[in-house]
Write a protein that binds this ligand. Structure first.
Ligand SMILES: Cc1ncc(C[n+]2csc(CCOP(=O)(O)OP(=O)(O)O)c2C)c(N)n1
Length: 663
């Protein structure tokens, strides 16, 4: 390793990087970890960081978040007895150390690969993973439910005269995830139930981007109370040494401690909810973490352990720019350089158009739920800070807030990933569509989503929102198409959702330049998209059948490949790209469809309730016989490249052509 490379590792000890991993490779379970001596723990943490950096540099992943929780995860697995005790990670994008310590060291190179380890906790992978997480702010509810169930079972055992082991539940939640409303519903309930739920609040002052807002300010104010915490542990240390017979002395000291606490923490939101508040602790100090976790393990009430960590810890490119290293593709370890693509993505196409529109219309406002980088709205935020809102991981609020803005005459543009909008379906129905408010929704990452797996596929939005009255749903196929859709939506005076994939935009084709006509898509004849292949059909009728491929815009690129492959096999094929998923001009479509012998519907969404199923029924009702629907079957789809996910769903060009040709 060169000196340059060594420089980027900020915390690794001495010459360790040149030696092979030794401690980590021998840990097959948390019980092996418990045997590691205290003095070896810093080396173990170095090994873990090295393994994470090397793997993520190749496979991509959530680097900065994982580097921040190495010591915490080691401490948790040394103090608690997973899997008898449950350690639950919110979102679980920060679970890599947990995976490495729970028997998945050898498979770790397959992280986020097709058929490999997921980048999140998955029940199918390990008994140490209690939940299939990926969406934010669920962990406190999950932990509380699990603990309530275990407590009931324990009580039943005790009633039978047995002496069951008391199982513990620890939840790890970040300050970003704590901006989600679900977390507060759970906190209120946990305070009410008053069980020993242990919540570790991992405060790195970052969501994906810096965590602004009132909650973040409040957490910072809590970090001022370090003196009280030192005092508190000093007193607890004394109380621990007092024999039981002298309990009244302990009680006196406890009262004194409460009085001092009142002085330093005259309000503490968590304490007011019924939690014991412990912290702030140094989240990179294993000894301090272990000592405190051992103490809170025994408390008869819910506890918040507030720890401070550094996102990206140990790797300077990630420490210096944690937002860019939150979720990364492959990168160069020596300097953190990431691969750059010069093709235009749908996300960029959206933002270019939005910037152009916002320049001439100051009613346009942009909203994101903690995804300003992912949705590309960071550019808008820089130019129009007064018209930009990052509401935190609060999709429900984002939508209802947008309804309020629309009621006040603004034109809110809400950019949320397709998978996360699932959270806010009721807000779309009740707070926007019912009043027919003019809100523009941009559903990024619609359809097949690479590498993140089940929790992140954007395949349910069409089925969830197509039945909603007043909703318009658009699915552009190219950058120009997306621009036209957004311009149309900004003038539409009703709720409009535009869905588009995580993908580079396909090359433009002249047919997309046509003006938008409500309810209608874009017909592309094969002479346009495959001039060389279509020649053989020009003057002859030698093709047996004429095929129309009808596709959602998000899968237009693959549909083009399919059409060309069919042409090569001698099947005359044209494409109809569904610019409008809803409303749908049925008469216009039927008048087109009657020119074809066979129609295949290709949709990058779930089949049940999808637009393909709807068009299939329409065609049947009008006497069409030869119809095939290609869409995601009712299953969850694990991680893989886009092509692998589509293939798993039977949507690869090869599989579609095969099914069509073997009719
Ligand atoms: C409902 C939902 N919205 C958005 C996201 C995308 N997301 C993943 S991690 C993350 C930030 C989490 O921040 P924090 O909890 O502080 O963890 P950190 O990465 O800082 O350790 C976000 C916004 C998500 N997973 N779920």
């Amino acid at each position: 390793m060169s000196k340059e490379t060594a420089k980027v590792f900020t915390t690794f000890s001495g010459l360790f990087l040149w030696s092979a991993t030794t401690i980590l490779s021998k840990i097959n379970s948390p019980s092996d970890l418990k045997k590691v001596s205290e003095k070896d723990l810093p080396n173990l943490c170095d090994e873990i960081r090295k393994r994470i950096i090397e793997t993520v540099a190749k496979n991509g992943g959530h680097l900065a978040s994982n580097l921040g929780v190495v010591e915490l995860t080691v401490a948790l697995h040394r103090v608690f007895e997973s899997p008898e005790d449950a350690i639950i990670f919110d979102v679980s994008h920060q679970c890599y150390t947990h995976k490495l310590l729970t028997g998945r060291y050898k498979d770790f190179t397959s992280l986020r690969k097709h058929s490999g380890l997921s980048g999140f906790t998955r029940r199918s992978e390990s008994q140490h993973d209690y939940f299939d997480n990926g969406h934010s702010s669920t962990s406190i509810s999950q932990g509380l439910g699990l603990l309530t169930a275990w407590d009931k079972i324990e009580a039943e055992q005790r009633a039978l005269g047995r002496n069951p082991k008391s199982r513990k539940v620890v939840v790890v939640i970040g300050d970003g995830a704590l901006t989600g409303g679900l977390a507060y519903e759970a906190l209120a309930h946990a305070g009410q139930l008053s069980k020993n739920l242990i919540i570790v609040l991992n405060d790195n002052q970052m969501s994906i981007s810096p965590n602004n807002g009132a909650i973040s300010r409040y957490l910072s104010s809590l970090t001022m109370t370090g003196f009280y915490q030192r005092f508190r542990y000093f007193v607890d240390g004394i109380v621990d040494k007092i024999p039981n017979s002298e309990n009244h002395i302990a009680k006196l000291i406890y009262r004194f401690k409460r009085a001092v606490k009142g002085f330093f923490l005259n309000t503490n939101f968590f304490a007011d909810l019924g939690f014991e508040y412990v912290g702030p602790l140094d989240g990179h100090n294993i000894k301090e973490l272990e000592d405190n976790l051992r103490r809170v393990r025994r408390l008869p009430k819910p506890v918040i352990v507030h720890i401070l960590t550094k996102k990206g810890k140990g790797y300077s490119p990630a420490e210096n720019d944690p937002a860019s290293f939150h979720g990364v593709g492959p990168f160069q370890i020596s300097d953190g350089k990431m691969e750059k693509f010069d093709t235009l993505s749908f996300t960029e196409a959206f933002n270019n158009t939005l910037m152009a529109l916002a320049e001439n219309n100051n009613k346009i406002m942009a909203i994101t739920a903690a995804m300003s980088k992912g949705t590309g709205l960071d550019t808008f935020a820089r130019h129009y800070p007064e018209r930009f809102f990052d509401v935190g991981i609060a999709e429900e609020h984002a939508v209802t807030f947008a309804g309020g803005l629309a009621a006040g005459g603004m034109i809110p543009v809400v950019a949320i990933y397709s998978t996360f909008i699932q959270r806010a379906v009721d807000q779309i129905i009740h707070d926007v569509a019912l009043s027919n408010y003019h809100v523009v929704f941009m559903f990024d990452r619609a359809g097949a989503v690479p590498q993140d797996g089940e929790t992140h596929q954007g395949i349910f939005d069409i089925a969830l929102l197509r039945p909603v009255p007043n909703m318009t749903i658009l699915s552009p196929a190219t950058a120009l198409d997306l621009s036209l859709c957004l311009m149309w939506a900004v003038n539409a005076k009703r709720p409009v959702a535009i869905r588009y994939p995580k993908l580079s935009c396909p090359s433009e084709l002249p047919s997309f330049e046509g003006a938008m006509v409500e309810g209608r898509g874009v017909l592309l004849k094969n002479a346009e998209f495959a001039p060389n292949l279509s020649l053989e059909f020009e003057d002859s009728e030698k093709h047996a059948k004429k095929m129309l491929l009808v596709c959602t815009g998000g899968i237009f690129d693959e549909t083009l490949v399919t059409a060309r492959n069919l042409l090569q096999k001698g099947v005359y094929t044209d494409i109809y790209s569904l610019r409008f998923i809803k409303p749908f001009d049925e008469n216009y479509f039927l008048s087109l469809a009657k020119n074809y012998d066979e129609v295949a519907l290709i949709e990058d969404g779930v089949k049940t309730g999808g637009v393909g199923e709807y068009i299939e029924n329409l065609l049947f009702e009008h006497g069409f016989k030869n119809i095939k629907v290609f869409a995601f079957p009712e299953r969850f789809f694990a991680q893989g490249t886009r092509a692998e996910v589509l293939s798993d769903a039977g949507l690869s060009s090869r599989k579609i052509v095969e099914r069509i040709c073997n009719r």
